[in-house]
Write a protein that binds this ligand. Structure first.
Ligand code: ZN
Length: 248
């Protein structure tokens, strides 16, 4: 099955996606990785993308759709893609559905990690890193104690420069506004699941595993039913007349 995972910056989407990839043998498809992969090829197309990215411009939906189609059409990834950070808007969600349809696939589940914005702000602004061993702490949730190396005694605790509160509040607001229509789109399709992202990391992944397991079983059942049903149709109508009356 293919699925999409949503979550605002700081919600732990990266951590959870990695766990899902491992547990269900999924292929994680993020547009950032796709673009970096293209750039690293050092060909004309890659160079063009690099130019756009360096100038701070947005890579067009057309280019992104092409890159995504390359992966969707690859039999190796069929029905085992987890889309991460994509689709970002309604247009992208619709064209993703069309692309998947072309290769006889679909999105069967959209997961949304929900975390209060107040907590997200603290998670992000509170983040500090040891200058010696790079271990991260959070001044609100995981206060810096001693860390791993001997030299850490002389550490400085570093805050990322773009992690100030104003920037983050703005980023979260933009995320909410842009993502809402996409979430609504999946909600109306009946495949959206909200998950409380404020629980313990393992509690979240347990919940995700259960949901995905259930959807998988359901899809398997549906698939078996369809196969049996088409066999019965075949027995009743025969191959010729059935294909004649089939809507396909
Ligand atoms: Zn350290």
């Amino acid at each position: 099955m293919n699925l999409v995972i949503f979550g605002p910056p700081g919600a732990g989407k990266g951590t959870q996606s990695a766990k899902l990839v491992k547990e269900f043998n999924l292929f994680q498809l993020s547009t950032g990785d796709l673009l970096r992969e293209e750039v690293s090829k050092k060909n004309d197309f890659g160079n063009k993308i690099e130019e756009i990215m360096k100038s701070g411009g947005l890579v067009s939906d057309e280019i992104i759709n092409n890159l995504i189609e390359n992966k969707i059409s690859n039999p190796e990834y069929k029905n085992r893609i987890i889309f991460d950070g994509f689709p970002r808007n309604l247009d992208q969600a619709k064209s993703l559905d069309n692309l998947l349809k072309k290769y006889n696939q679909q999105i069967s589940l959209a997961l949304n990690l929900k975390v209060d914005n107040q907590i997200l702000v603290k998670r992000i602004t509170g983040r500090v890193t040891c200058s010696v061993c790079n271990k991260t702490f959070n001044i609100f949730f995981d206060p810096p104690k001693t860390c791993d190396l001997k030299d850490c005694g002389q550490r400085k605790l570093i805050t990322r420069s773009d992690d100030n509160e104003d920037t983050i509040v703005k980023r979260l607001k933009t995320y909410d506004e842009k993502t809402f229509p996409v979430l609504d789109y999946y909600l109306k399709k009946g495949i959206m699941k909200n998950i409380d992202g404020m629980q313990d990391i393992n509690a979240i992944s347990d919940q995700l595993f259960t949901i995905i397991g259930a959807v998988r079983s359901w899809l398997w059942l549906l698939d078996s039913y369809n196969r049996i049903f088409s066999k019965i149709k075949f027995l009743i109508y025969g191959s010729y007349s059935w294909s004649k009356y089939s809507s396909k």
